[in-house]
Design a protein around this ligand. Structure first.
Ligand code: NAD
Length: 498
């Protein structure tokens, strides 16, 4: 059985722990590897490697840093398929989707290649007699990333390209459920010429996470995962004086108005609900049908749900793979049971789904649940599976109020042909990322990604301009070079400009 080790100071290491966790192939249900789970000592050695490397990396010229980023970009691009295969074999998503995730991560690397422009400061001449003021931003030190299972390459790539480009060093604690992609990324960094210790990977669970949160040598923590853990990370990290951005879970609604193109909306709703087996923080999990759109959209989505090709992610014909673990599969199935017991109508039933040749895989078929109300568990819980709930309301304002009453605020979308309704929606919803006839509105790398309310703890969104701001801090210099002939103007009152 293959053992997946940490990557500290430029080489793999088993660390000091006796604890390990199994890694499975979700399409077959077979164990494919064992991952070591770090002790506090292991995490401390990764942080020490990053701290030691920071002394030199933070002083490396921005143009040298960018050359390494460009080389890394080329390597990831050339090895996109290898990386995607590692993702498919441990996460389960279909290969084309895994390639898409690598592509979206690469876009952040490309954004970070522009760091010389992004780090340019301001300069004001003659703010007082013979006095100039200028500002620039400096790196923070050792930054850490703690990431979820559902995007084992893209989500870490939301973080470390920007952090490293800004002159920080990095310790990544990826999900223990699909840890291989992060190690391959570490190797690519080394081949790109990144000095040892600038990028480190420690595998583990709460023990490793707590060691990061409690370390006085970690300046900033980026987290992406579920809401209860995001809240915990934010509270413990900030209590220890760190900068923390903690992105949490989601329950994303798409409103369908009676004037929407129903066939277009159904195509996109099905892709957004069942793509990656619903294991995306931007997946649409609730369709809010307004007025007489209800039956039409339910029927059109039902047709598409029944036609989704479910199978192994390695099968080129598959459109949707398994969910990540047996526990996830059981949880999703039991939530569908609960929905039915609480009075919802299961319009398309994904329970008991088997894929020939993959009988032990963790498959759940696409599921559509109609007549869902907000007091039901299928509405309240983040299901994180291929389940679309249909809720019916009478007006667009009622739909907006429903979205705003939900504790999450990650993404949302509207399907309509009315510009007026779309504008009312975009201004009225309390959500960070909004799609207008676009169901999964993930911002491009040069914008920042982040939700509102229980979908984000902290005040900076991730990557894009807010990422640069998160991984740097400002210095403002007020400078004077007096000529020897100038009289001194020192005085005891508070300095004011002259
Ligand atoms: P998770 O919260 O279980 O795990 C995320 C990370 O936290 C992992 O590295 C895990 O090892 C660690 N962790 C888990 N339990 C912990 C504990 N008790 N103490 C300390 N650390 C702990 O999330 P997941 O199941 O891996 O990922 C799915 C979740 O992530 C969903 O809720 C999804 O919405 C969310 N997500 C959000 C975004 C976003 O951008 N907002 C993006 C992707 C995923």
């Amino acid at each position: 059985m293959r053992t997946i080790e940490h990557w500290i100071a430029g080489k793999p290491t088993a660390g000091t722990s006796e604890r390990t966790a199994p890694v499975y192939n979700p399409a077959t249900g077979a164990q494919s590897a064992t991952v070591v789970l770090a002790t506090t000592t292991d995490v401390e050695s990764a942080i020490a490697a990053a701290r030691d490397a920071y002394a030199e990396w933070s002083q490396t010229s921005v143009s040298k840093r960018v050359k390494i980023l460009f080389a890394f970009r080329e390597l990831v691009n050339n090895h996109a398929k290898d990386l995607a295969e590692l993702i498919t074999d441990e996460h389960g998503k279909v290969l084309s989707d895994a390639l898409g995730e690598v592509q979206r991560g690469l876009e952040v690397v490309e954004f970070a290649c522009g760091i010389p422009s992004l780090l340019k400061g301001d300069y004001s001449d003659q703010v007082s007699s013979d006095v100039d003021t200028f500002s620039f931003r400096e790196s923070l030190g050792v930054c850490a990333g703690i990431t979820p299972f559902n995007f084992p390459a893209m989500v870490p790539m939301w973080m470390f390209p920007v952090a490293i480009a800004c002159g920080n060093t990095f310790v990544l604690k990826p999900s223990e459920r699909d840890p291989s992609a992060s190690l391959f990324i570490a190797e690519l960094w080394q081949r790109a010429g990144l000095p040892d210790g600038v990028f480190n990977v420690v595998h583990g669970d709460k023990v490793a996470v707590d060691a990061i949160l409690d370390s006085p040598d970690v300046a900033a923590v980026s987290f992406v995962g579920s809401t209860p853990i995001a809240k915990y990370i934010h509270e413990r990290g900030t209590a220890n004086g760190k900068r923390v951005q903690a992105l949490g879970g989601a329950k994303n609604h798409a409103i369908v108005l009676p004037d929407a193109d129903v066939e277009f909306a159904a195509d996109h709703l099905a892709a957004a609900a069942f793509g990656s087996a619903g294991e995306r923080c931007m997946a649409i999990s609730v369709a809010v049908a307004v007025g007489d759109a209800g039956d039409r959209i339910r029927d059109a989505v039902r047709q598409r749900a029944e036609a989704v090709k479910v199978g192994s992610g390695r099968d080129a014909d598959s459109e949707m793979g398994p969910v990540v673990t047996k526990q996830a599969q059981e949880r999703i199935l039991s939530l569908i049971d609960t929905g039915e017991a609480q009075g919802a109508t299961v319009a398309v039933d994904g329970r008991g789904y088997t894929v020939p040749g993959h009988e032990d895989g963790y498959f759940v078929g696409p599921t559509v649940i109609d007549d869902v109300t907000t007091d039901m568990d299928v509405y309240a819980e983040e299901i994180f599976g291929p389940v679309l709930s249909v809720v019916r309301v009478d007006t667009v304002d009622e739909a907006i109020a429903l979205i705003n009453a939900n504790p999450y605020g990650n993404g949302t979308a509207i399907f309509t042909s009315s510009g007026e309704a779309a504008r009312r929606f975009q201004r009225g919803v309390h959500v960070g990322m909004i799609g207008i006839n676009v169901p999964v509105p993930v911002p491009m790398a040069f914008y920042s990604f982040g939700g509102w309310k229980d979908s984000l703890f902290g005040d900076k969104h991730i990557h894009g301009p807010e990422g640069v701001s998160f991984y740097t801090r400002a210095k403002v210099v007020t400078a004077r070079w007096p000529h020897r002939s100038h009289a001194s103007d020192a005085s005891f009152h508070f300095p004011t400009s002259k």
